[in-house]
Ligand binder design. Structure first.
Ligand SMILES: Nc1ncnc2c1ncn2[C@@H]1O[C@H](COP(=O)(O)OP(=O)(O)OP(=O)(O)O)[C@@H](O)[C@H]1O
Length: 650
């Protein structure tokens, strides 16, 4: 049985079981907990988009729960809307306010982003508190759960409604996250620069992801309002946020199952704290897991000592401390902190990540087979040589304060050629590449591609204009597979509108993308490692993979920034062969390289830079003998005139 069938079967079994619960369980308390499980499940799936996929610490998600709850509550109490329109209002409020927060906040990174979201959460609670005439302030807002299509929603019916919505959210998000969108979210977490350089708008995708996650927060808020039928601003404060983060991290990031497990933890935590016996069992089990995982990691040498011992100490403190404190609820913040610390340090992949390793060993289910590679002519069409220059740089300057990294560079790259760009360290080669590819804006000067002005200062727009590049310091999407790295960059394949992607209509397109990406992996000799994560490939293979990924853009101009840097000799030979194959497809290449033998082997024309200026230009053999070049590399003019590669760095 294929892995996908097994997964779908497990999902179906769990949801079918959950659907029958109201028929089996008459205990209203248990039904209430399961209703909350569905609501928090939706909330955590939304939070996982930012925390798991975007890799950002989002401390504002609790605000969207609150805003969604009040939006739905007010829609019903003030505007007399029904249940469905009120839930729609809650989603829209989440989406819009999410986008509004994301627009400025996502220009920030790391702790600054976390602080921006925390401030938003604080502001929201204050607003809900202070806008008394609208929200009732600290007095709270009471509402009555409206009927659904004329039927009063009993606790059982409301539970089913929440479960149906969780199942829908699950399906829609699974479709989205396994599509080009999900890959883009993960790619920009690993390398925003490379994501932009592959023509995938980083900022746009970040804002879309954050807004989507917040929309789900709004929906969960609407359901929360109709579940409790009474709202108070104090319910949506940072303490709940910490529990939500604990849920996502403990359950396992980037996983719908992880969100589900996390929601279970969030729902059960209050019971855990109020029932002393349950607390002892839980903390004892946690200590045992931490000890077993730590010892296993140490024996297998997969864990550093701190990573192994710190969770044991934290969980030990929890287990022993439970016998001494009078009331565990008074210590809840400390308990959450110890649990969060243990999970972050000891179980970075969360419970589902941990479980997935065992399940994979237990079932050993092969993944679905990949399609046959597409015809390379369709993926990377052969181009004619053309005549005239493809790229023209005129009097280009790029200064950093007083440093003139590029100082009046004029250069032409003929279509269909391999154009070498060489020069001693610090001569300005990388800066030129960064200006052409849009990472830097030129201080002055002009650039044109095929006669049209090249956009400046935007990796994304330059990529869309037909320029692809690799990076001197590798910028792969390390958590994605080799195949997915190439699929992120594929041009002209993804045409399905978002609503249809959400409904699961992008599968044929995905197969097509896989086949195209495989053709490019075959070109560079990595087809057999298509499913290996980029971070697990050898260094040489990673360098080759960057070329395949850049080729997925079907570029007019490919810039290779030191593609042989750090490679062992056999890999250098393979790299030369790959570049030859790419060139044979008619792709124009700019090659920055310190290995002079690689330059001599491959380049039709070479431009030599020194101090940001061109000091020589011509065929490789000519420039090697040029006195200025020899002087630049050796710091002296040689009368004898070098032959071969000796004077230039190998
Ligand atoms: N972001 C920056 N800020 C300030 N100075 C910079 C920046 N980038 C490059 N420079 C300076 O510009 C000059 C050219 O650097 P650049 O990296 O372009 O040279 P290079 O020829 O690519 O060198 P290498 O072969 O060592 O990579 C150097 O003096 C460098 O210190």
């Amino acid at each position: 049985m294929r892995r996908i069938l097994l997964l779908r079967g497990a999902e179906l079994a769990v949801f079918a079981f959950l659907a029958t619960v109201p028929l089996l369980v008459v205990n209203p308390y248990a039904l209430g907990l399961l209703t909350l499980l569905a609501i928090y499940g939706i909330l955590l799936i939304g939070l996982d988009v930012t925390v798991g996929y975007l890799g950002q610490v989002n401390l504002g998600h609790v605000a969207f729960l609150g805003l969604g709850a009040y939006a739905a509550g007010l829609a019903v109490t003030r505007f007399g809307l029904g249940l469905v329109p009120a839930l729609a209002v809650a989603i829209i409020v989440g989406l819009l306010l999410g986008a509004l927060l994301a627009l400025p906040a996502l220009r920030l990174e790391g702790p600054q982003f976390a602080l921006a979201t925390l401030s938003f959460a604080a502001l929201s609670t204050t607003a809900l508190n202070e806008l008394e005439t609208l929200t009732g302030g600290a007095q709270g807002l009471s509402l009555v759960r409206p009927p659904l299509f004329g039927h009063a929603l009993t606790p059982s019916l409301f539970y089913w409604l929440c479960m149906v919505l969780l199942a829908l959210v699950w399906m829609v998000m699974r479709n989205l996250l396994s599509s080009q969108w999900g890959r883009a979210f993960e790619a920009l977490r690993d390398s925003p620069i490379a994501t932009d350089a592959m023509g995938v708008g980083t900022y746009y995708h970040k804002v879309a992801a954050f807004s989507l996650g917040s929309g789900l927060g709004g929906l969960a808020g609407g359901l929360y309002a109709f579940n409790f039928q009474y709202l108070q601003p104090q319910s949506f404060v940072y303490e709940l946020m910490i529990i939500l983060l604990l849920g996502v991290v403990l359950g396992g990031r980037k996983s719908l199952w992880g969100a589900f497990v996390g929601a279970t933890v969030v729902v059960l935590l209050p019971n855990l704290l109020s029932n002393r016996m349950l607390f002892h069992v839980f903390s004892g089990a946690g200590f045992a897991v931490a000890l077993a995982a730590g010892l296993r990691g140490l024996v297998k040498k997969t864990t550093r000592p701190f990573q192994a011992f710190a969770p044991v100490v934290a969980m030990g403190l929890l287990a022993v401390g439970g016998f001494f404190v009078e009331n565990t609820e008074d210590w809840r913040k400390g308990i959450f902190a110890l649990m969060l610390f243990s999970v972050v340090v000891g179980l970075p992949e969360g419970l589902m990540g941990f479980l997935a390793i065992f399940l994979a060993k237990l079932f050993r289910v092969p993944p679905a087979p990949l399609p046959a590679p597409s015809d390379l002519d369709a993926v990377l069409p052969l181009r004619g040589q053309g005549d005239g220059p493809l790229l023209v740089l005129s009097d280009l300057h790029r200064h950093f304060g007083g440093v003139k990294a590029v100082d009046g560079l004029s250069m032409q790259v003929r279509a269909g050629t391999i154009h070498g760009l060489i020069g001693p360290n610090g001569s300005g080669k990388s800066t030129v590449v960064n200006v052409i590819s849009g990472l830097y804006t030129a201080t002055s000067g002009g650039m044109s591609l095929r006669g049209s002005e090249l956009p400046q200062g935007s990796l994304n727009r330059v990529a869309r204009a037909g320029v692809a590049r690799t990076f001197q310091n590798l910028q792969l999407f390390s958590e994605l597979t080799a195949l997915e790295n190439v699929m992120v960059a594929l041009k002209g394949v993804y045409r399905m509108p978002l609503p249809l992607v959400l409904l699961g209509f992008a599968r044929a397109e995905e197969r097509h993308a896989q086949a195209d990406a495989l053709a490019l992996l075959e070109l560079i000799g990595l087809k057999d490692q298509a499913r290996a994560k980029a971070k697990d490939l050898t260094y040489g293979a990673q360098r080759f993979l960057e070329i395949a990924r850049a080729l997925a853009r079907k570029p007019d101009l490919l810039i290779l920034d030191e593609p042989a840097a750090g490679l062992a000799h056999p890999d250098v030979i393979q790299q030369i062969e790959i570049i030859r194959r790419v060139h044979a497809r008619g792709v124009t290449i700019i090659l920055i390289e310190h290995h002079m033998d690689v330059v001599s082997e491959l380049c039709d024309q070479v431009t030599v830079l020194d101090g940001g200026k061109v000091i020589a230009e011509g065929a490789p053999d000519e420039v090697k003998r040029h006195p200025k070049v020899i002087e630049a590399y050796l710091g002296q003019a040689s009368g004898s005139g070098p032959s071969g590669a000796e004077p230039l760095p190998a």
